[in-house]
Design a protein. Sequence first.
Length: 192
Amino acid sequence: MTLTAIVLAAGQGSRFLAETGQDKLLARCIGRDGITRPVIEHVLLNLPERVVSRLLVTSPERTEVIRLAKAYGCEVLLLQSAGMGDSIAAAVAGSASADGWLVVLGDMPFVQSVTIERVIADLESINVPVHAGQRGHPVAFGRALGPSLMALTGDRGAKPLFARAVVKQVVVDDAGVLWDVDVPQGLSFNAD
């Protein structure tokens, strides 16, 4: 199965930017491996090796994000829209020959590789990680959902597709699937 990881990195991160004046994707944080890196670098490092097809969606002015994406084997799709739906649609259209897609949020640096492996295993329709009863990210979509993913628009993600497809909940012991960096306090991971 050829799965394409779509790393969403086009959003402005306005709350983080307002508090720090910094791009949250480039903010430095200590990963679960104990090493300090930019948020987006942790996200890229956590992608399992077997996910060889990688597409990062970002805006043209994010030159350092683009550089890191290329360093970690990603193709880069430049998009001015910060809308999640637009980003997913463009990325799926750009990788339409894939057997499925793994939608990864660029501001979630604490998801473990083993968790991603579990989310992409036995993919038929939609696989979503669940931790402590809550759905998280990344989410995997099977090939049959390609046309619906390409039809997404605006800032809404793919959640509306959940009502029209079979959703497999993958229970994981990884609080990282719920942890995003929207504010500076999110840079420090605490699994408790």
